[in-house]
Design a protein around this ligand. Sequence first.
Ligand code: BGC
Length: 767
Amino acid sequence: MKDLWSISTAEHTDGKETIMRRGNVYQIANGYMGYRGTLDEFTSEQLVGITLAGIFDRVGPAWREPVNAPNGGFTSVSLGGAELSALGNKVTRHRQTLRFGNALFERQTSFAFKGTTLTVRSARFLSAETPNLGVIRFSITCSRAATVTVRTGIDGNIWDLNGPHLLGLAATRRDSVLFVEGRTNESSKRVAVAETADIDFGKVTYESRGNRSLRVVHLRAEAGTTYTFHKYFAVFTDNDAVRGSVAEAAIETVLQARSLGYEDCLARHGARWQEKWNRSDVTIEGDDEAQLALRYSILQLLMVAPVKGSANSIPARALSGQVYKGAIFWDTEMFMFPFFIHTYPEKAVELMRYRIKTLDGARRKAKTEGRGYRGAFYAWESQETGDDACTYYNIGDPSTGRALRTYFRDKQVHISGDVAIAMWDYFRLTGDDSLLLEGGAEVILECARFYYSYAYYKDEKRRYEILDVIGPDEYHERVNNNAFTSMVAKETFTIAIATVNHLRRRHPKELRTLLKKLRIEGELPAFRDAARRLFIPGADAKTGIIEQFDGYLGLRESSVKELKARMIHPDEYLGAGQGLAVPTKIIKQADVVMMLNLFRTRFSAEIKRANWEYYEPRTEHGSSLSACAYAMVAAEFGNLDFAYKYFLKTAKIDLEAKYKVYVGSVFMGGSHPAANGGAWMTAVLGFGGVHADEKRVAINPRLCRKWRRLQFHLAYKGDDFRMNITKNSVTVASSRANTRVHAVLVAGKPVKCSPGRPVTVRYRQAR
Ligand code: BGC
């Protein structure tokens, strides 16, 4: 039977792009850091990166980006004086594997040199128990007696897009612990890496060259004997709340790990992973391809979920490197958050805490952007402070080398509503209002305040309008009455009022304090008014089409093919000032369809179908966020074959790594956690047909042709459910530990689910 819990490859070819892609596909992460899927002997040239979550730095006028730590995982081997590399010509066999069960990276490579075959095996993981820790087992076996030198330690010569970020990198050693520390260039934060190893063979000396601090093992290897050692490295920065210095914390962590030993560290790490999979795995019977791709997508999300208490979020390229400035976009709330809220609310809460933490940044942005607004205008590209990392000239034109003015930062105002919606969903779906009290209510009210100051009241029409924006489709900038944006803004007003009502009922004292702090009470009637009278473009009575924005339907018809044929440069950007898509109806990504998906209970299947059929042929799917929105809406109105095609495209994006590497002249290679979340949403919310709101969970399955059975867990209001769906039955198993009886709506039929008593409902799948 096919192994659906790992991927592996024998490929070890050179070439910057293949190395970059393998580095993404085989990466591991633990929320604190990501380690690219590069090999032990690789260095900055091969894009080795240990990207840290939540710590950023800027060098000169270049983009601020996340900091990469010195590589404590470095090991290289020489045979008879010749250094071995999987990229060299001595390789006879190579295989590298990523195991999903415990996020373990393994490699095995055999090299032949002067009649001797030397085989290197290594396994590494980033501890799910101790987030600062990485652990590696490394072994060598020679076919004949040979002279072998192993260099292992910390390589401070690291890959940076816009570095170097660490100044004064100094390598030292304390007994058997190697240590490298530097300070970030901008805010002088310390980044410290310690490494130790347990080596019981050969003769060990130490070598410190430039940024490298290495242990050199001189070995006369016997034929057929396997020499194994274990390596422990720890990264700490000034962002970590540690007693004493970060250096001491790093040293102590590796010493503790070493005394525990590799097997124990691995077992503890594995136990944590078991818990994660118990909550989040989805099984699909009848379709191995989909199963593997979906599980891989879930693995990616679980690996990059923020560490408890960190109030970090997940960047658009996760922890796969510094691409996209390590910035957090709407991707997190709209595409990743649903996975976490439905399977892992403790992680969803961190994502939301991040928005609470960066509220002041959003306030600063509101004040300084455009004509100056009130409330919270969240950063389009958000880093640690919430100030916007997105530049006004964000894309380079590859033909002219000139920077193009884009309005992502100042006009993509839907971001604030995306945040408010997720914040409210956290409360609705967990029933836990502590986050609202922690700052969530403040975020919501400030987002509503922002929209009120952004909106125009048209006296003659007696309505509010949201003008001069960019919707999700970035090829049409500065448009009026974008349906998606207006809908999100209107929802924000409704949520703000609901928040106040909830607090008034349950936490009147806290509400009074908050209203006073924000001096916002007098504005609430206006929010109520806007929640009623904000204009949303409606569906045309005859065609059912919702116009994406004012004037969209009058734009020139074209096709993606036609535009591509007219491109002068293969990486040309189709939007911005002179972009080829601008005067046409060609859109970059789901926009109206995104709205139909986000507010899926408010539109009929006919409207969904009409708009899907209209917009799909006009969509480039130039963003990895697009296909899953189309997949989910297609599942809703019953085009399951199409839904499946786009599901697979989304689920395989990081596995196959066939994505665009450049947009304009901007390097974009990295992983796609929003698509990973989109794959999960399509499987569970789309095909599984799950819809949860504050009242209950409803399931209305529409399994695609190949799927015989779909099983997954669902977290809802502090309880856990296991769903088992076939083409004609749904079993809801309410976990034994659940606290109460839940009413679940299965294929339109209300059923009572008691803890420990699975309920099966037969149904007929709609065609
Ligand atoms: C998309 C945005 C997305 C960003 C980060 C862009 O190409 O148009 O919607 O937020 O990528 O993934």
